[in-house]
Design a protein around this ligand. Structure first.
Ligand code: SF4
Ligand code: SF4
Length: 102
């Protein structure tokens, strides 16, 4: 069953898009160098063991470099196809057993 937009959690309580690989653009992005890692020549936001971006505050679910967050993060739209897909992958964390049935 597709995950409906109206079932989306508030962004501050979700953070699933901050568990994706975030590639950095040499043209646009200016994030703290300590948070960057290079994968096969591509600069990306470094990730924690579970895939969470190192800039993600695990307590608040908020970005700790919000003013300097990468372009791809700025462009990521709540309710977009990718948002719905990543939320659906973790929806058990937000749905009650009743909502999760069927
Ligand atoms: S944009 Fe989507 S995946 Fe990202 S925090 Fe908001 S609801 Fe979660
Ligand atoms: S830079 Fe900020 S908004 Fe982008 S993935 Fe990391 S924590 Fe999320």
């Amino acid at each position: 069953m597709p995950f409906a937009v109206e079932n989306l959690p508030p962004c501050a309580g979700c953070g699933q898009c901050c568990h994706l690989v975030v590639e950095l653009s040499p043209l646009w992005d200016d994030v703290p160098e300590a948070l960057v890692v290079e994968h096969e020549g591509v600069r990306c936001m470094d990730q924690q063991g579970d895939g969470a971006c190192v800039a993600l505050d695990r307590v608040t679910g908020l970005c700790t470099i919000y003013e300097r967050r990468p372009r791809v993060c700025r462009d990521f739209a709540r309710g977009s196809a990718l948002c719905l897909r990543v939320v659906a992958g973790f929806r058990g964390a937000w749905l009650t057993p009743n909502e999760g049935s069927g």
